[in-house]
Design a protein around this ligand. Sequence first.
Ligand code: ASP
Ligand code: MG
Length: 284
Amino acid sequence: MKVFKFGGASVNSIERIQFLPQILHQYKNDRLLIIISAMGKTTNALEKVTECFYGGNKEEALLLFDAIKQQHLTTAKYLLVTQFNACIEKLADFFTEVEWLLHDKPVRAYDYYYDQVVCIGELLSTVIVSHYLNEVQIQNKWIDVRDILRTDDNFRDASVDWAYTQKKVTEVFGNWGQGNSNTPSICITQGFIGSTDENESTTLGREGSDFTAAIFANLLDAESQTIWKDVEGVMSADPKLFEEAVFIGALSFEEVIEMAYYGAQVIHPKTIKPLQNKGIPLHV
Ligand code: ASP
Ligand code: MG
């Protein structure tokens, strides 16, 4: 089985989402676990909602959240026909969860609220993409990653409980990766988020979806992990700044870690270790 990760830019518009089947059709014979980020700049927008809420500005928070809501509803409306109602129903559950929270007064730490609000971005994007793919006959199963990926309660920078998560992965996926399962060959879940043993949502740190993909690649013994981006690959420098930048065909794990350490925005630095430990190649 393979792990794919699609970032925010890859699901940022109706056209982008409609492009996904073209990619997936090339992998008809594979089992794919697809990790998806929030659409476009949704995470930033949800951060603003949390700031307003925590600053006591409830009306503004609700207004900002409504804009996010409308954007997702519009996307769903344009993409879906047969799956529209089912999708809207699921989206509405998540909207309600946030709105309830926003109506309360904050009594806990900021980081706790941040995670409860910000995690919605990935839940919304995966619900839309999953319904869209089902609509175009690419059968898939949507999974709430919070039922599997257990973390501590260090909100906004939670650490993964590897042992518990491994147990859950085995329970949920069984022999799916080996092809012996009634579960569709494509499963879709969220990057960046997890949950505590008290079912509170957590996040793994900004840009954490690459890391989520690596966690699953490790625990499922994937043959590879692919990060799909809106650029053609890894380059020796930022082409906007350096004309002489060239594509790099292959890098060792050590070289990638070094590049990330010195600030290259190629891959989330935490991503490498889980892959390196099992010798799983990473494609960009
Ligand atoms: N949506 C999250 C962020 O923007 C996680 C990710 O994109 O990897 O940071
Ligand atoms: Mg992103």
